[in-house]
Design a protein around this ligand. Structure first.
Ligand code: GLU
Length: 353
């Protein structure tokens, strides 16, 4: 029995290779999981096994990634496709839309049990939350990556791929929204965020905790997320070719406001304030924020602290970003603006999703 691997560098698979899987009898019972590779450290190579910075990300193909985990064939019938092969700092709205459309296409196939996306860790949480809002299926979607390149001693990529495929193949994982799986942990895309630039345990879920853990490669689920996701959101990317421009402006002492002016001049339809503390805005910046709001730009306050809620405060301008960090608030605001520019409706989405 064989695993099939697509080798296209962009878009759907155009070629297939075959790697040994396990016996036909066992394979017949296995769920089918599609792995979509986008690049990142997990596909990166370095010049030595001790080098874990300054390497080249996005080198290995989907084919090579899957071949590095021979035991995948014991948990699922796996097929691979290359959607992009970039460091995740280079994931664009165009790649996000292409990826989301492909995930929805695959999940609509009755023979596909779940989808795994391999991704650079730097912006993994943005792609995961985007998919959490636009995937239209209850089948499991899992995003994974690695902190060490494929050439490192104790590279974490192969183990994370095995865990991600295991979760995507698990009937228990259905209906839980998009999940982030690395380092034995299963987190919700709504909450999981990268908290450390270097270490293996970088992904944390500050306000919600993890939704599960893998022990001996078996997923154990603990909690369910109450924010609405996937089939319970109104977002539809099937006919979208682009997303509205939303910029993030980072608050700090002596914040003069001219970056808000620049965002508006560039055509931003939304601005996320990465405010200090619970979304506070500097008096020096407020005149520029007011000009943006008066022009119809939707401003959303979030916190640069990395966790916690933004409360109502008449001293500041903008909608409340709930407890979404700035980068996730940007994702939701882009999608909200594909439906409405009505501030009350956008605010409602920030409370529900
Ligand atoms: N900057 C690269 C990326 O985001 C490497 C980070 C990683 O994959 O861990 O893809």
């Amino acid at each position: 029995m064989l695993m099939t691997l697509g080798l296209a560098s962009t878009g759907p698979a155009i070629a297939q290779v075959q790697v040994p899987s396990q016996s036909q009898n066992q394979q017949a019972a296995l769920p089918r999981v599609a792995v979509l590779a986008t690049g990142g450290t997990i596909a990166g190579t370095a010049s030595s096994e001790t080098q874990t910075t300054g390497y080249t990300s996005g080198v290995l193909t989907a084919d090579a990634l899957l071949k590095s985990v021979p035991s995948l064939g014991k948990v699922a019938e796996v097929s691979g496709e290359q959607v992009s092969n970039v460091g995740s700092e280079n994931i664009t709205n165009e790649i996000l839309l292409r990826l989301a459309k492909r995930v929805n296409q695959l999940l609509a196939q009755p023979d596909i049990a779940g989808v795994v996306i391999t991704h650079g860790t730097d912006t993994l949480e943005e792609t995961a939350y985007f998919l959490n809002l636009v995937v239209k299926s209850d089948k499991p979607v899992v995003v994974t990556g690695s902190m060490r390149p494929s050439t490192a001693i104790s590279a974490d990529g192969p183990g994370n791929i095995l865990q991600a495929v295991t979760v995507a193949a698990s009937p228990d994982a259905r209906g839980r929204g998009v999940m982030v799986v690395l380092n034995d942990r299963i987190g919700s895309a709504r909450y999981t965020t990268k908290t450390n630039a270097n270490t293996l345990d970088t992904f944390k879920s500050a306000d919600d905790g993890y939704i599960g853990t893998l022990i001996d490669q078996v997923p154990h689920f603990e909690t369910a997320v109450t924010k609405l996701q996937t089939t319970r959101t109104p977002f539809d990317v099937s006919k979208l070719d682009s997303l509205p421009e939303v910029d993030i402006v980072y608050g700090h002492q002596n914040d003069g406001g001219y970056l808000y002016d620049a965002a508006v001049a560039h055509g931003a339809r939304g601005i996320v304030v990465a405010g200090v503390g619970a979304g506070s805005e500097s008096l020096l910046a407020l005149p520029s924020i007011k000009k943006a709001v008066d022009k119809g730009v939707i401003v959303v306050r979030s916190s640069r602290t990395g966790s916690g809620y933004v409360p109502e405060d008449p001293a500041y301008l903008g909608l409340l970003g709930d407890n979404l960090n700035p980068q996730k608030a940007r994702i939701l605001l882009m999608l909200a603006l594909t439906i409405t520019s009505n501030p009350a409706r956008v605010q409602d989405m920030f409370h529900r999703f």
